[in-house]
Design a protein around this ligand. Structure first.
Ligand code: KIV
Ligand code: ZN
Length: 521
């Protein structure tokens, strides 16, 4: 007889802790896309944002709450009445709302950041958790910096939160300091304390939330399960503050692959992991490291002769999970310039995209242009093209055409046409290299103060005719945005990436006026 494995709640915080990571901010449209995918792939709880942080954050949590069909929608709140009220307002539209409130408990935070005594913090926990519980039935309370908190005080805090109405208790390793055995022991001790003192204490769900400063976030999260935790907080691609959070795809596949020693189950449809990774990477412009576990492009690549020999004989020789189990389709020659619209639509569906009629038409004509210019069109080329199309769909600034004179005898010179709010503008600029000339044209067409903080070029597929994928990060005061462009021509991809980032900046600022004074052609 097989024993049913314990269910682990997967709490995704890509849209909150992930988005907190410098340069990873997303637009409302992008957040809605990510939330929709997370819901479809079976994430149990989506932490949609921090509603008090800004009106934009509030709106995106509220909109995700309205649209999400299945998952619990959590809004984060500090232990401050105004925060909790705002989070309650934002999540109230959800079918299953949750308020997630937190306060620091470690002596370091109490002394240097909060300037409060332990007893004062206990009072704050009692008051704020009770306030949240009056607004929603599902309240999560987090002890920030739990792993550097003396266990007896942590136990008191947790008892207070549970008695005030918290239904989930999260014990974060906020600074990524714990080791697996310590983290497991902390859960065991706190949970035993609660089971002893609180009637129905076994109904409280304990949750792990780990940061990766020492590279231990996933190991610690799995160790917490052995200590009695049944929720893991994680992010797609491990995005998050500093070194990031535990990577959702790694947690899920470790549990799936090692059921013999990790007797748990999640509700995640693992074949969607690759798609989720690509989407989050596309909307944040954070490239996924090539050797990243589960979703890196080399995660299933076998290079050495011995490995290839083994794989040809039997794939279990060097593969502990199959590429299709995480949604990797073998790179294949998929489409060519003779492929029609119906085949293109089918292909997009197989890659996990559902585009509306207009977006499909735009993507199809870009695909045709690409097929004309490129000998072979791979799945990855199509994904890059569609991701670009999605990112550009709501743009007010678009690249119309670009030509560049480059070479060893400078100065390099670019001529660019852009459409800004429907008006076509042409500029010709020189630069210190062709990329500089291109960016100078954009600056001349759309004057702006943002600084270029990152410029990266990668190849989407192999060969000299591969599409170039360019990531650009722009920083303007406290705002940072990313743009990603792809095209067989690196300079066109660079212009697209820059313009996408500029569009995001304009959206964040609510207006283009401060930046662009277009003069009609
Ligand atoms: O790392 C942390 O402690 C957090 C809390 C807000 C849960 O992100
Ligand atoms: Zn965190």
């Amino acid at each position: 007889m097989s024993i049913p494995h314990d269910r682990v709640v997967i709490f995704d915080t890509t849209l909150r802790d992930g988005e907190q990571c410098p340069g990873a901010s997303m637009t409302l449209e992008e957040k809605l896309q990510v939330a929709d995918l997370l819901d479809t792939m079976g994430v149990d709880v989506i932490e949609a944002g921090f509603p008090i942080a800004s009106n934009g954050d509030f709106e995106s949590v509220a909109e995700i709450a309205r649209r999400t069909k299945r998952a619990v929608i959590a809004g984060l709140a500090r232990a401050i009445p105004a925060d909790i009220a705002r989070a309650g307002e934002a999540v109230k539209f959800a079918q299953r709302p949750r308020i997630h409130t937190f306060v620091s408990t470690s002596p370091i935070h109490l002394e240097h950041q909060m300037r409060k005594t332990q007893d004062q913090v206990i009072d704050i926990i009692a008051g704020t958790v009770a306030q949240a519980r009056n607004l929603v039935a599902d309240v999560e309370w987090s002890a920030m910096d739990a792993t550097r908190t003396p266990i007896d005080y942590l136990q008191r805090c947790v008892e207070t939160a549970v008695k005030a109405g918290a239904t989930t208790i999260n014990l974060p390793d906020t600074v990524g300091y714990a080791t697996p055995s310590e983290y497991e022991a902390m859960f065991r001790q706190v949970r035993a304390y609660i089971l002893d003192r609180v009637p129905n204490g076994e109904q409280i769900i304990f949750s792990a939330h780990c940061h990766d400063d020492l590279g231990l976030a996933v190991a610690n999260s799995l160790a917490a399960l052995a200590g009695g935790a049944r929720q893991i907080e994680c992010t797609i691609n491990g995005l998050g503050e500093r070194a990031g959070n535990a990577a959702l795809e790694e947690v899920v596949m470790a549990i799936r692959t090692r059921g013999d020693v990790l007797p748990y189950a999640t509700g995640i449809e693992a074949t969607m992991l690759t798609r989720a990774s690509k989407l989050v990477s596309a909307v944040t412009s954070f490239p996924v490291q090539y050797n990243k576990a589960i979703v890196g492009r080399n995660a299933f690549a076998h290079e050495s002769g011995i490995h290839q020999d083994g794989m040809l004989k039997n794939n279990t020789t060097y593969e502990i999970m199959t590429p299709d189990s995480v949604g990797v389709s073998k790179t294949s020659l998929v489409m060519g310039k003779h492929s029609g619209r119906a085949a293109f639509r089918d292909k997009l569906k197989a890659l996990g995209y559902e585009l509306g009629e207009n977006a499909l038409n735009d993507a199809f004509s870009r695909f045709k242009e690409l097929a004309d210019r490129k000998k072979v069109v791979y799945d990855e080329d199509i994904e890059a093209l569609v991701d670009h199309e999605i990112a550009a769909a709501h743009d007010r600034m678009k690249l119309v055409s670009l030509s560049v004179i480059a070479g060893s005898h400078g100065p390099q010179r670019a001529t660019m046409k852009m459409k800004v709010d429907g008006v076509v503008i042409t500029e010709e600029c020189e630069g210190n290299g062709p990329v500089d000339a291109v960016f100078n044209c954009i600056q001349a067409i759309v004057p702006h103060a943002a600084k270029l903080a990152l410029y990266q070029v990668h190849a989407v597929t192999e060969g000299t005719d591969a599409q170039a994928e360019v990531s650009v990060r722009l920083e303007d005061g406290d705002k940072a945005v990313n743009g990603r462009g792809s095209d067989p021509d690196t300079l066109v991809a660079s212009a697209q990436a820059y313009i996408i980032a500029l569009n995001k900046l304009a959206t964040k600022r609510g207006s283009l006026n401060a930046q662009a004074q277009p003069a009609a052609e």
